[in-house]
Design a protein around this ligand. Structure first.
Ligand SMILES: [Zn+2]
Length: 477
């Protein structure tokens, strides 16, 4: 197998992946701010991270991934107060929802999922280290990072910090490049606001310090890969670098990997445009979890993904084609021997691996698998497929599914786990049609089919009763 290369935002070019500790990959992932349900654009980034970790694991790396929950910020404090509940109670709800959504999309669980509010002491320690080195100052009870003292400021986002006015401050967590200023590490509490009493004073951590503190606590001063969406490059990741490297004097991250935006029908997703969807919104419209996973995974993370209903339908039929092919492969009786499909399968696997090695080019990896399926289906149609072809094709499919994870037909189960199974209740016309099919089966003395339909209806909450005149009556349970 070949060398793995990643497009490193730091430096802006593709570089071979060489971890700090051979055989290990330590990954930090910026997790959600848990004040609402995560939207499909967020999940684009999380699916990319899942592909990344599955691929590295498939190459024998011991992966240690840390993902944080930002469970304190302005919105959370305001929303929890408005709802009359504690911050913990407010955020618990959205953390559970996020974990359930991840499961529905088949995302593996990172080795550490950590809450900011459980790691306040580590943030305080980091602020103390920065203060001891002269990187901080206090204004109105808040503690700021002095960016003019950190000479590498701007190296990730390519911002020129030379002209930035010393001492100009910014208090919000998210801001534009044009507003590059000293940012808050620790925020003094506003009247009536929840705060922590600590050695650096009363207040709460800024967003950026959370990630620096938790990344280094769980993964060490220098980590291999830091991931996030491109919208986090500035200021969040730039500020993480400043805080971490100012404190340790060591490089913070070796490879910065950023997922591009997801566009909704070629537009930026926003609540005001009415094109804003959570995962649950899309599932409630009847889409399958596997179609969503496939669509989000199919566009390489480094390219913008234009999310359309048409694309979603294509994803659904691609998954269908894959599953149908697997069923055909596993149930088919083929003559002994082997055909050229065996060599195609080996070549497809090579191409699949090479594509992922090249900065996770998922589109090219998928093309290799679908080319193989086309050729194998044609060979089966013509009676040229042989028993000896099954094993190499299976092997390619298994490697594929270790990364893409869509072959198991368990969408109904995944929906039920999200409490969305109720939607499987059939309509009256669908019931009438099934009842008619069952009657026809009985008439044809196909009792297996008749029983199967009765069973399916029972599972979907419909009871059948035979009437004395040989007819049938149905009712909902
Ligand atoms: Zn972060």
């Amino acid at each position: 197998m070949g060398e793995i290369v990643f497009q490193n935002t730091l430096g802006g070019r593709k570089e071979p992946f060489v971890p700090l500790h051979p055989g290990e990959a330590r990954i930090y992932t910026c997790g959600p701010t848990v004040y609402d349900y995560a939207h499909i654009g967020n999940f684009r980034t999380f699916v990319f991270q899942d592909i990344l970790r599955r691929f590295l694991k498939s190459r024998g790396f011991k992966v240690t991934q840390v993902m944080n929950f930002t469970d304190v910020d302005d919105r959370i404090i305001a929303n929890a107060a408005a709802a009359g509940v504690s911050i913990r109670e407010y955020t618990d709800k959205y953390i559970s929802a996020f974990l359930a959504d991840r499961k529905a999309l088949g995302l593996e669980t990172p080795e550490h999922m950590v809450r900011a509010t459980d790691n306040i002491e580590d943030m305080v320690k980091l602020i103390e280290r920065l203060t001891a080195k002269g990187f901080t100052y206090v204004s109105d009870g808040s503690i700021y990072f002095r960016i003019s003292k950190f000479h590498d400021y701007g190296k990730l986002s390519k911002i020129d910090s030379g002209g930035i006015q010393a001492g100009a401050r910014v208090d919000v967590d998210q801001y534009d490049k044009a507003d590059a200023r000293d940012f808050a590490l620790w925020k003094a509490p506003k009247p009536g606001e929840y705060f922590w009493e600590t050695r650096v004073g009363p207040g709460r951590p800024g967003w950026h310090i959370e990630c620096s503190a938790m990344a280094m606590k769980y993964l060490g001063d220098t980590i291999d890969i830091h991931t996030g969406g491109v919208d986090l490059i500035f200021p969040h990741h730039e500020n993480e670098i400043a805080q971490s490297e100012a404190a340790t004097g060591k490089p913070f991250v070796r490879y910065w990997l950023h997922a591009e935006f997801l566009l909704m029908d070629s537009e930026k997703m926003s609540k005001s445009l009415g094109n804003f969807y959570t995962l649950r919104d899309l599932l409630a419209k009847g889409n399958k979890p596997s179609s969503l996973r496939f669509l989000l995974a199919s566009v390489p993370y480094h390219r913008q993904l234009n999310f359309t209903q048409e694309g979603l339908q294509q994803a659904a039929s691609s998954v269908e084609r894959l599953r149908n092919f697997v069923a055909r492969l596993r149930s088919g009786k083929f003559p002994a021997g082997s055909s050229t499909v065996s060599q195609t399968a080996v070549k497809a696997l090579d191409l699949f691996e090479q594509s992922l090695e090249d900065d996770l080019n998922t589109a090219q990896a998928l093309a290799a698998v679908f080319d193989l399926i086309r050729e194998a289906n044609t060979a089966m149609d013509r009676g040229e497929f042989r028993q000896g072809d099954v094993a190499p094709v299976e092997q390619t499919l298994q490697r594929f599914d270790a990364i893409f994870s869509v072959l198991t037909d368990d969408d109904a189960e995944r929906l039920r786990a999200l409490g969305m199974g109720a939607d499987t209740a059939p309509s009256d016309s669908e019931i009438e049609s099934l009842v008619a099919q069952r009657q026809a089966a009985r008439k044809a003395r196909d009792f297996a089919a008749s029983d199967r339909i009765r069973q399916e209806l029972a599972e979907r909450g419909i009871l059948l009763e035979d009437t004395r005149d040989g007819g049938i009556r149905w009712k909902r349970k």
